[in-house]
Write a protein that binds this ligand. Structure first.
Ligand SMILES: *[C@@H]1O[C@H](CO)[C@@H](O)[C@H](O)[C@H]1NC(C)=O
Length: 155
């Protein structure tokens, strides 16, 4: 699976903590448990309902220091939702983060085009309370787990 680059920016700029997703150690990745990942794939991202987006995005998080609000920005390069066999880019109207707790969604989703062909998707999810932030982070932990990515917290 891909590397989930995950960057947390706290505003105002006096940074004291950085959260990051990083691949699990090779030892963990080659353990037998890895092969049951799909059984535990309890979190996925969809652009078309029911269709898993398998491309792992770059994610940037910005959070107000008092926790009152936050923004997650996602960038997907060549997402599989653009595959001719799956769906037309015109069908993309939202991004859905689905896990065993339910669904988070945003309609702030843009596709970028090169020579008339869709190349990338950028989307943002706005969190308006500490509760919404915590809910998003629970999704991210599950998503990291489902994709074989470790979650590390520093600072
Ligand atoms: C999408 O495009 C609109 C209009 O250009 C812009 O206001 C918005 O910030 C963009 N959203 C993302 C996630 O790039």
């Amino acid at each position: 699976m891909g590397l989930l680059r995950f960057l947390l920016v706290l505003i105002p700029a006096s940074l004291s903590a950085v959260d990051a997703f990083a691949p699990l150690s090779p030892a963990l990745l080659s353990s037998p448990a890895r092969f049951s990942t799909s059984l535990y794939a309890a979190a996925e991202i969809q652009f078309v309902k029911g269709l898993e987006e398998k491309v792992v995005p770059d994610i940037k998080l910005t959070r107000a220091r008092d926790g009152s609000s936050g923004i997650a920005t996602f960038k997907f390069k060549n997402p599989n939702v653009f595959d001719a066999s799956t769906a037309s880019s015109g069908a993309v109207t939202g991004m859905f983060l689905v896990d065993n707790e339910g669904e988070l969604s945003t309609t702030d989703v843009n596709a970028s085009f090169v020579n008339g062909k869709p190349q990338a998707i950028e989307s943002t999810l706005v969190m308006k309370s500490p509760e919404e932030w915590d809910r998003f982070m629970r999704f991210m932990e599950r998503y990291g787990e489902a994709n074989g990515l470790g979650f590390t917290k520093a600072g």
